[in-house]
Design a protein around this ligand. Structure first.
Ligand SMILES: Cc1ncc(COP(=O)(O)O)c(C=O)c1O
Length: 449
């Protein structure tokens, strides 16, 4: 499979016409798509076509384990760059935690994506990408992953690459502007002999972002250091996110006789939803997606009006979804060949206020004994509102453990909540905070050291 950019090819090549028959001249390998991150023309990489499953194979999903599913879903995109044995080792090492489907109330299921090391769905994409990068890379020098973070992404990337051979990670985060829990998770690998370093930059997140951009633009530096990014638009993070939609349907088949189900994805940058739409295109029996947002609702507004109008983001309690100009919208348009009606057929928008989210976290906890973080609560709201009460069956994606957002969840409940093992362990470790000033010189020295 080759990878093309959304700006060069406006929609997927139809099944059967893909691949090795000459349509791929403009495409790049998975390795290049992952190492470059963004395409040189400013577009986003996408697979040239979506591998479509036969109905019989979809029906047999229920008999497969998570890693078997991951292997089957992702194999068409890694062949022929990785041999079968190496690729199998990648998925087995990356997806070494469960992703259970839990019934919260009759017909309403939560896909719990927060059982990985950083307790959020990002572990799936980041861990798989780290191992794919390490396996596909053939350079002599180690690959340096440089990332700026306002908190969460940096720790998912740091954990994902920790101890992965031939890679090293440099994370920049704004000193004093991440939560103590986030700082503990970011800095827990800062030891002399590890391959991960997280630096507290004396500045803002914008400074961290500017410094990474300067590094990527510095031709001289890039001759000396093999730099790559691991941000959320990278194909290597997006493709693995398809896997859990298949795994959700496999588990749902054991719990319900429904032929088709509705899935609700809490959305900010819309990578998570895009991966689900790839899954539907591959043949998953998902009747509809609900794209649930907080007040940052440019995609639901587009589905209502046909006008895509990005704007400055507004702050909400589901802050990882405070995105005013979602990057992956470009991939969604590519998937539907710019056909609004076709997108509306598959996706319905839903937007939710902080007040609704707070009330829902409280109500579901008291009525069902099920605790959700604000992002997962938006997904629950989107699903239940869409389905109404009668004969409903649907899955919502629970993207983060509630303990990651304890500062929001605890005041809503009026009591403290338990800290899960991996978080408690990060908090208990001695903290090695490495500080640097917000100058490019300092970052360059760090990268060359
Ligand atoms: C906990 C959580 N839920 C949902 C999302 C939204 O995912 P996406 O940006 O792919 O739409 C994010 C994004 O970072 C997140 O951190």
């Amino acid at each position: 499979m080759r990878f093309v950019t959304t700006r060069a090819v406006r929609q997927p090549v139809p099944a059967g016409a893909d691949g090795d028959e000459g349509l791929t001249a403009a495409g790049v390998s998975l390795r290049t798509a992952m190492l470059e991150g963004l395409a040189p023309d400013g577009g986003l990489y996408v697979p040239e076509s979506i591998d479509v499953w036969k109905p019989g194979e979809v029906a047999r999903l229920r008999n497969r384990t998570l890693t078997e599913i991951a292997y089957r879903v992702l194999r068409p995109y890694t062949r022929p760059e990785l041999d079968a044995t190496t690729f199998e080792a990648v998925v087995v090492a990356a997806l070494n935690f469960p992703i259970p489907l839990v019934e919260v109330e009759p017909g309403i299921f939560s896909l719990e994506l927060f059982h990985g090391p950083t307790l959020a769905f990002k572990d799936v994409g980041a861990r798989t990408m780290a191992r794919l990068m390490a396996s596909l890379d053939s350079g002599d020098q180690p690959l340096t992953v440089l990332a700026a973070t306002s908190g969460d992404t940096g720790s998912a990337v740091a954990h994902a690459f920790h101890a992965v051979p031939h890679t090293r990670v440099v994370v920049l985060y704004p000193e004093g502007r991440v939560s103590p829990t986030q700082e503990a998770q970011l800095t827990m690998f800062n030891s002399e002999d590890g391959n991960v370093r997280a630096y507290a930059v004396a500045g803002s997140f914008d400074d961290c972002h500017r410094l990474t951009k300067e590094a990527f633009a510095d031709v001289d530096l890039r001759k000396r250091v093999r730099l790559t990014s691991a941000n959320s638009v990278n194909m290597g993070r997006l493709l693995p996110q398809m896997v859990y939609y298949f795994h959700a349907l496999a588990q749902a088949a054991h719990k319900s006789a429904a032929q088709e189900i509705v899935v609700c994805t809490p959305s900010g940058n819309f990578g998570n939803l895009t991966a689900g739409l790839f899954g539907k295109r591959a043949g998953l029996p998902i009747a509809r997606f609900v794209a649930a947002t907080n007040a940052n609702d440019v995609v639901p507004a587009y589905l209502d009006t046909g006008v895509f109008a990005p704007r400055a983001s507004v702050q909400t309690i589901a802050n990882a979804m405070d995105v005013g100009n979602p990057s992956n919208f470009e991939r969604m348009q590519w998937l539907y060949g710019d056909d609004l009606e076709a997108m509306r057929h598959d996706v319905v928008g839903s937007r939710h206020s902080d007040a609704e989210v707070r009330a829902t976290i409280k109500r579901v906890y008291h009525e069902r004994g099920y605790l959700m973080d604000p992002h997962s609560a938006i997904a629950y709201l989107g699903l239940t509102r869409y389905l109404g009460q009668e004969g409903r069956i649907g899955v919502f994606l629970a993207t983060a453990h509630p303990a990651k957002f304890s500062e929001i969840v605890e005041p809503i409940l009026g009591h403290s909540i338990e800290t899960p093992g991996p978080l408690a362990e990060a908090l208990a470790r001695p903290r090695h905070v490495l500080k640097i000033n917000a100058s490019f010189d300092a970052v360059r020295r760090t990268l060359q050291s």
